[in-house]
Design a protein around this ligand. Sequence first.
Ligand code: WTA
Length: 664
Amino acid sequence: MAEASQGGKTGQSLSGQVATTSGQAAVAALPAVDSPQDYERLYRHSTCEGEAFWAEQARCIDWLRPFEQVKNVSYATEDLHIRWYEDGLLNVCVNCVDRHLATRRDKTAILWQGDAPADTRSISYGELHTQVCRLANGLQAQGIDSGDRVVIYMPMVPEAVFAMLACARIGAVHSVVFGGFSANALADRIIDCGAKMVITADAGVRGGKSIPLKANVDAALARAGTECVDAVLVLERSGADIAWQAGRDIWYHELVARQADRHSAAGVGAEHPLFVLYTSGSTGKPKGLQHCSGGYLVYAAATFRYVFDYREDDVYWCTADIGWITGHSYVVYGPLANGATTVMFEGVPNYPDLGRFGQIIDRYRVSLFYTAPTAVRTLMSDADAALAGSGRDSLRLLACAGEPINPGVWRWYSDAFGNGRCPVIDTWWQTETGGVMIAPLPKATALKPGSATRPFFGIEPQLVDANSDILTGAADGHLVILDAWPGQARTIWGDHQRFIDTYFSTHPGMYFTGDGARRDADGDYWITGRVDDVLNVSGHRLGTAEIESATVSHPAVAEAAVVGFPHPIKGEAIYIYATPVAGIEANTELTAELCAWVRKELGPVATPDRVQWTPGLPKTRSGKIMRRILRKIAADDFASLGDTSTLAEPGVVEELIAGRLNRA
Ligand code: WTA
């Protein structure tokens, strides 16, 4: 294996100076994208000479052994494989940390803002290197090897980033689980990926409240058994009282205190898995999307640079939690690969008050700001409070992701929050895509409130109809991507067939996004939302099937169906229709109990908003629940229910309408 040794002068230059010069020089040699013509020219190059384009982008990161083969992809369902730069060797952590030491050792890598306004830390690239090396040594001392899985269940603190990078450094595969998921959800993920270690904190602190992370890990491991996980690394974050299992639990600070500041990092093949990240689908349990090392990093780094028009002196803040793909690609890997200063925030937009985002922007002079539409809607709900106490004049670009942003919210974000001075970059993408796929580029794309506009370089979106026929011109259809790109997920952990079935079978030969979209006469894309049974609640993806199975696991529930309904802040909210088991009387106590149950099963992210008890559900004669009807009733829009003649018992619908919980 190639060595990027940190041990002495030679090693330093291998992983530091030599590397830095090559990647930086490659970035400097790229053509600027300052006008619509520049975009058109580079887009044409990126799609007509795709391999050349992606080779140029890949040279912006440092390889321990250069690749020769750029692309090796087949979308054919009988032999589906996606490989980029497969003969290249690199270390993702060295790219995000070591290679900046020569030129950016004292530059701030992470600007951390704790939940409490007085709680702050600033971590330079030099310090980041020390911390990550110590932890990498510690993980290896604990017997973690290349390819082992490590689950990270942590609050938004720098140690969570150290943990991701330390895993990357030793070739271990991290799987970050969002702190808002329950012990059960955590157990499912631990079991599915066969984690050897869990890294957590005693408790998280968010919005002034404590989140019992360690207690959740204990409960998860009680369920998962001890077959795979043999160590739990615990960061002391809050000082909360926790249970301790000797022989299994290890204090983070004790482990790293014993380790050396330097660590010799080996290279991994470009296709070596970097992480597995779980996301919800329309059926079954969450799936672990597996991302690779080389192509993923190239894509995260390139999109970060172009989409945010990143410059060396920017202070960049993405508010996403690292438990989501946005946190992976645009809090950690994209910014750090570019040597940027990334702000990391532990708290929530409305604590201690709604002015928090603006205050943090002013305090750190944030120039690039990336958040979710749901956060913007939260701010808008009390605009005076949200804008009070900050001028936000350091901003030069605003961006958003995760769900559709409606034009009114877009305008408020631009005019009020951004003082009318910043472009709003609406980025469409997914856990599966690894990075931004459709978005305007700040200096090269005409903005349209509510539209994600144009594809990123190398991305070929299309709209298709139910027969997989490509629609031309202005059209409305299923959004597909025709060809591969380096950042896309390679498979579903442990279930390649499910990967093929989910993404490459509906429209053969194309990647199917699960979203619908419209293309206008100018060729700009407008995402219309999921076309499957996946909800988007406050920008979080939740499968209705998962919520249904959590609901029916309650002993008082015989049957349930879950749909989304429009919600002014969350975008979409959870509406449960439930049938009690015979002899049980549904009342408000049972409703409260059921909500608490689902919350405990899946986590606070999946707290139901409405529970309507019903003696029956509308079904076809073959027994299929007619969700279309349930969605309409939940939205209080039942004037045109469409064809109900196929229902087994049409009377059920009248009853559901009479008992509906949302009324204008
Ligand atoms: C939705 C988040 C409209 C979409 C990065 C997608 C969006 C799902 C946008 C992926 C956007 C994401 N406009 N809808 N700009 N961005 N979505 O995996 O339905 O958490 O399929 O990735 O969010 O959610 P995920």
